[in-house]
Design a protein around this ligand. Structure first.
Ligand code: FAD
Length: 284
């Protein structure tokens, strides 16, 4: 089913997973997804080459989630450094496997090695191309602006282009301060974007992992959260508890304030999302 259809009727609850670096760990990921199936996520998205994960398994995992687990998948796809022929091959494979939803992205410039010239420069070009192929298209958005963008206003204008080119909904980069999200929604509505924006919620489980992720996304960390994490950084169990409590409060506040959906970055772990879902399920 197309995600745009799901979003017409309800506030969505969804999850992101990534293909494990080692092929041998895919079965473990499938088991994790089986174990959280009862939470009834509206869809599960599968990243594409992000954070060093392999590209080739995105389609395999998305297709398994659909056919063997029975949850709607969304496959991420990046265009940076790819030719139209290469993208066409992947898009046809998505079609053959009944994958109806694509998160269309540019992707990050690799740190090492030369990036070969691709046919599309920005996600908006990829969106335009895929929009002719009968997929439901999601795109990324950045309440605290994309790191390369000069200003939030510039970034929002390019976001509008992604919607004008055929995207149906957006998913935000992680953020920890809801005020940032509300300000972003105000700004995009003012320039005429009225498509659903799902809030990307990162679940903190590990201090070092959070450090790495915040280096990339550079989100504002509320002072109390920052101090608490700093204080207990060597106690994994307490960090997990802080992460769960924070995500619950963040989600409840968003739900009370009209968010269209919550998309959880679960880092392929089930424990925290089970507890968070229990606390928020009546508000979805
Ligand atoms: P774009 O929309 O192309 O924007 C990139 C930059 O270019 C921005 O600064 C924007 O303001 C600017 N820009 C956009 N259009 C134009 C234009 N026409 N002219 C000039 N400037 C322009 N990465 C992965 O590798 N794999 C994944 O699976 C993945 N999943 C993600 C999921 C989510 C929800 C998010 C938020 C990010 C994800 N990323 C993933 C990271 C993403 O690829 C990077 O953030 C990347 O740097 C930008 O991708 P984009 O699609 O937002 O690019």
């Amino acid at each position: 089913m197309k995600i745009s259809k799901i979003l017409q009727n309800k506030k969505s609850f969804s999850i992101e997973v990534f293909p494990p670096k080692k092929d041998g760990n895919i079965e473990q990921l499938y088991q994790t997804i089986m174990d959280i199936k009862y939470l009834k996520p509206d869809f599960i998205s599968v990243t594409y080459g992000a954070g060093g994960s392999t590209r080739k398994n995105t389609e395999k995992i998305a297709s398994y989630i659909k056919s063997n687990i029975g949850i709607e998948p969304m496959a991420h796809l990046t265009c940076i450094g790819s030719s139209i022929d290469e993208l066409d091959k992947i898009i046809s494979e998505f079609k053959e496997n009944n994958i109806e939803n694509i998160l269309a992205l540019r992707g990050d410039t690799p740190k090492e090695g030369d990036l070969k010239e691709g046919d599309f420069k920005h996600a908006s070009d990829l969106v335009k191309y895929i929009s002719k192929k009968d997929f439901c298209i999601g795109i990324a958005c950045y309440p605290e602006k994309h790191p390369e963008a000069r200003t939030l206003e510039d970034d929002i204008n390019y976001l509008k282009l992604k919607f004008d080119n055929g995207a149906s909904f957006g998913i935000t980069q992680l953020f920890f301060d809801n005020k940032v999200f509300y300000n972003f929604i105000d700004k995009i509505e003012k320039i005429g974007i009225n498509k659903p924006i799902l809030a990307g919620i990162f679940i903190i489980t590990n201090y070092n992992q959070l450090q790495k992720i915040t280096e990339i996304a550079k989100p504002l960390l509320p002072e109390t959260l920052k101090n608490n994490l700093e204080k207990y950084k060597d106690n994994q169990e307490v960090i997990k508890k802080i992460g769960i409590e924070f995500a619950i409060n963040q989600s409840l506040d968003l739900l009370k304030n009209g968010v269209k959906g919550l998309h959880f970055y679960i880092m392929n772990q089930k424990e925290s999302i089970i507890k968070i879902h229990e606390a928020i399920k009546n508000y979805l």
